[in-house]
Design a protein. Structure first.
Length: 157
């Protein structure tokens, strides 16, 4: 990603944290972010990052996390999946691909999931909202906000 896209993604992660901390039942957020990468540098510019609750930075590549955390089940969220996520499954880690691509790269997150041997799922946008011809690809913070709302509803039942 280009520098501007890294800055945009860092801002989206800050929005994710802000939305998550307002939740009665916050999600546990983990960001796979190499320590020497641009994203880590942009996030470090936020002075409160070390104090963010329910937020962890894991400096391992996603492929390493998936290999080393083999006891976990992972689902990579992608708008290109055939499977729809209607609710949270117990003991499943959901991955939101951190890519700011302005729709340049079709199926890139689905391909990444296949490369890692992970299941995929998509949010039920087309089933609950008339998207018309609009893209079903969302920003990271919008995906997180939808997931947080889904989690709040699921927990309150």
């Amino acid at each position: 990603m280009h520098t501007r896209e890294n800055i945009s993604l860092a801002q989206q992660l800050m929005f994710c944290y802000g939305a998550n901390k307002k939740c009665e039942w916050p999600l546990r957020l983990v960001t796979a972010c190499p320590q020497d990468g641009d994203m880590h540098q942009h996030l470090k510019k936020n002075s409160g990052l070390a104090n963010w609750t329910c937020f962890t930075m894991d400096h391992r590549p996603l492929s390493t996390i998936c290999e080393e955390e083999h006891q976990q089940q992972f689902v990579y969220l992608t708008a290109d999946s055939e499977d729809t996520m209607w609710s949270f499954e117990p003991n499943v880690v959901y991955i939101i691909g951190g890519l700011v691509d302005k729709n340049r790269h079709k199926n890139i997150t689905k391909a990444k999931a296949a490369e890692l041997g992970l299941r995929t799922a998509r949010l039920p946008l087309g089933e609950v909202v008339d998207m018309g011809e609009h893209s079903k690809v969302l920003t990271v913070n919008h995906v997180l906000e939808i997931m947080a709302n889904l989690w709040q509803r699921q927990r309150s039942k």
